[in-house]
Design a protein. Structure first.
Length: 194
């Protein structure tokens, strides 16, 4: 085994461990909220907290998968296109007429971010698993992110109220994401050890 391959394996293992640790912490937040929430399912404070914590989990894990993929790229184990690299780094370089380079953020919407991250990672890590995105799953995720945006960027008191059907839809979307992430991570471990 070459030195580079061992370095790749160690760094990838560290990234996977970091991603799994983040998963554990964010899941603990969610389980704690759910324990309290089960005592009072009508509590609007808990509903909003649950939606925000769920999206912190989703966004944190998607970011972690991007970073893990970039580590593989930086170590030369995985090659991505320039377009994929820009997506993974969430950066865009603009060059002025004077030749000055400015680095700006370049983020996709939440639904596209989830789709592209897992497609790129599955492809470049040569996983047996591939993400499945049917229209109903994407619609649920889209509605859930709209709910999250509404309560994180409130414009009215009425907009802060989460209806039963909205919460149920959010829970379905979150369950889909959690299942997808677990399948991805299990296949990463199966294919690349850990």
């Amino acid at each position: 085994m070459t030195h580079e391959l061992r370095a790749y394996g160690r760094q990838l293992a560290k990234d996977m461990e970091s991603l799994w640790s983040m998963n554990d912490i964010l899941r603990e937040d969610l389980h704690t909220l759910l324990d309290v929430f089960n005592d009072d399912r009508t509590n609007q404070v808990l509903r909003r907290s649950l939606v925000r914590a769920s999206w912190a989990y989703v966004e944190g894990l998607v970011f972690g998968v991007k970073r893990m993929t970039l580590t593989a790229v930086d170590l030369g184990a995985v090659e991505v296109t320039l377009k994929e690299r820009r997506f993974l780094t969430e950066e865009r370089f603009d060059v002025s007429v004077d030749g000055e380079v400015n680095v700006r953020g370049n983020r996709e919407g939440a639904v596209e971010n989830i789709k592209r991250t897992f497609k790129i990672a599955a492809k470049h890590f040569a996983l047996n698993w591939a993400p499945q995105f049917d229209e109903s799953d994407l619609e649920r995720i889209s509605k859930s992110i709209q709910l999250r945006n509404r309560i994180v960027h409130p414009q009215s008191a009425a907009g802060l109220v989460i209806a039963d059907a909205e919460l149920e839809g959010h829970n379905d979307a979150f369950e889909w994401f959690s299942t997808m992430f677990n399948e991805f991570f299990e296949d990463m471990l199966a294919c690349h050890g850990g």
